[in-house]
Design a protein around this ligand. Structure first.
Ligand SMILES: [Zn+2]
Length: 169
């Protein structure tokens, strides 16, 4: 097997069009759809324990090296992650959630309602509550299996309580 060292692919490139599939707990795609992050045979995302994922983000923000990531070139414009899917899923989730959070919170503040859409339509004290990013989790509006769109518009953040309640349905 021929191995080529690529230093031109950035974290930003990989996060472009990043898709996380919540039901199966997998990062699915990145690199504007050219990269399959966790193919069928890969284990699910196991870094979401609030420790390993945080460690990845912290070292990234400090400018520490991520370590080598291996892609298997499937065809001209298609790659699969051979090694590094946990790291990629960690920063992909972070970047996606952060941008969704910014938009959703600005919108809620303008309307004077909670930034959790389900709290906002509720009848208790949380109706007006602005949650922090760390108090929320991503929810995919349309499940992937139902043909949900593959971009950020298909993702919203809910407070952890509502996210958990929805996940159990
Ligand atoms: Zn809520």
């Amino acid at each position: 097997m021929k191995t080529t060292l690529r230093t031109d692919i950035t974290v930003k490139d990989i996060c472009e069009g990043f898709i996380y599939y919540q039901l199966e707990g997998k990062g699915l795609f990145g690199l504007a759809g050219k990269l399959t992050i966790q193919p069928e045979y890969q284990r699910n995302y196991i870094y979401a324990d609030g420790k390993k994922d945080v460690a990845v983000i912290e070292s990234l923000l400090k400018g520490y090296p991520l370590g080598l990531i291996y892609f298997n070139k499937v065809s001209d414009e298609k790659y699969e992650v051979l090694d590094g899917q946990q790291r990629i899923t960690s920063f992909g989730r972070f970047v996606t959630n952060k941008s969704v959070f910014t938009v959703q919170t600005a919108d809620a503040e303008e309307k004077g309602i909670s930034n959790c859409p389900l709290c906002a339509i509720g009848h208790d004290a949380n109706k007006l509550r602005i949650w922090k990013l760390t108090e929320m989790d991503a929810d995919h509006v349309t499940a992937w299996s139902k043909g949900g769109a593959t971009d950020i518009k298909n993702c919203q953040l809910l407070c952890k309580t509502h996210n958990r309640a929805k996940g159990n349905k």
